[in-house]
Design a protein around this ligand. Structure first.
Ligand SMILES: [Zn+2]
Ligand SMILES: [Zn+2]
Length: 301
């Protein structure tokens, strides 16, 4: 099939992909006519991989997510534009920001992102997907920094997320993103990303104690990104604070038969201790566990 296009923007691409789905899902692309490089995959940029305590090698955990070219941030910690540019993630055209919960280490970069969007003259609204309680905080944040559209800031359009709801909070022709209930010290949700084109599934736990909902959502996932704030020796503390251990993350990944496991939100102060997380999780998972460096990428295609 020659689609007769040399350059496609994201809306055109969605139309093409929808047409392909509707017409039976047979995907035949003449790659000389349509450049789909960078599409048809889920890509995750690890802007930070530390727990709430950052240190020289690792900053607070947050992610860039690209699904078939659609760009999202999952949480927004320190210096988001600096991180995005170093990771070569195009932040200027992001489709939305998903805020999993209102802990400082997950949200404190948002005013800076909004300010940078003003600097580049973005007029499109910035979609923010968050719990209703977080929406109230965002209103206060906007007031504190006076991020008013009348002063040139982009409109922050809030899309309330109900954790535990089975329907997606983002649904496009080629992908959907679902909330998953976590068990944290405050309301928090993880995300499940379904790519309809490749059939791949990526799950991110965000901050949580062991969650059956996350385990169920991650069944046979192509990539499970799970928090591992502690080691098993700190299990009582992890449970009280609503976090997981590397061992728990490994056990969850084994039970849900995740094809790849990546650990982030590592609550340590020294890089030399990180290998203990790896060893503990691998022992339980029974396969290699990936601990991404800050600003590195994982691609599922
Ligand atoms: Zn956190
Ligand atoms: Zn948290």
């Amino acid at each position: 099939m020659n689609l007769g296009l040399n350059v496609i923007d994201s809306s055109q691409r969605r139309t093409i992909l929808l047409a392909l789905l509707v017409t039976g899902g047979i995907l035949v692309i003449d790659s000389s006519a349509v450049n789909l490089d960078g599409y048809l995959m889920i890509e995750v940029a690890f802007f930070g991989t530390a727990g709430s305590r950052s240190y020289a090698e690792r900053d607070n955990s947050f992610l860039g997510l690209i699904v078939n070219g659609n760009k999202y941030l999952i949480d927004c910690a320190g210096s988001p534009v600096h991180k995005a540019e170093r990771a070569k993630f195009d932040w200027t055209s992001i489709d939305g920001v998903i805020l999993t919960h209102w802990h400082v280490d997950h949200v404190y970069g948002l005013p800076s992102l909004v300010q940078h969007l003003k600097f580049i003259g973005r007029t499109d609204t910035l979609s923010i997907f968050c719990l209703e309680t977080v929406a109230e905080k965002l209103a206060s944040l906007s007031e504190v920094f006076n991020l008013s559209p009348s002063r040139g800031y982009p409109v922050m359009e809030i899309h309330p997320v109900i954790a535990g709801e089975e329907s997606p909070f983002i649904i496009r022709s080629d992908h959907a993103i679902f909330p998953i209930s976590g068990k944290h010290s405050i309301p928090s949700f993880g995300v499940r990303v379904d790519d309809f084109i490749s059939g791949k599934k990526v799950v991110y736990s965000s901050d949580t104690w062991r969650s059956e909902a996350i385990l169920a959502a991650a069944m046979d996932a192509d990539l499970l990104i799970h928090e591992a704030s502690f080691l098993d020796e700190d299990l009582p503390e992890a449970r009280v604070l609503g976090h997981c251990t590397a061992g728990e993350a490994g056990r969850i990944a084994r039970r849900c038969r995740a094809k790849q496991l990546a650990l982030i939100h590592l609550h340590r102060e020294k890089e030399i201790e990180i290998q203990r997380f790896n060893q503990e999780a691998e022992l339980e998972y029974g396969a290699k566990v990936h601990i991404p460096d800050d600003l590195s990428w994982l691609r599922v295609e």
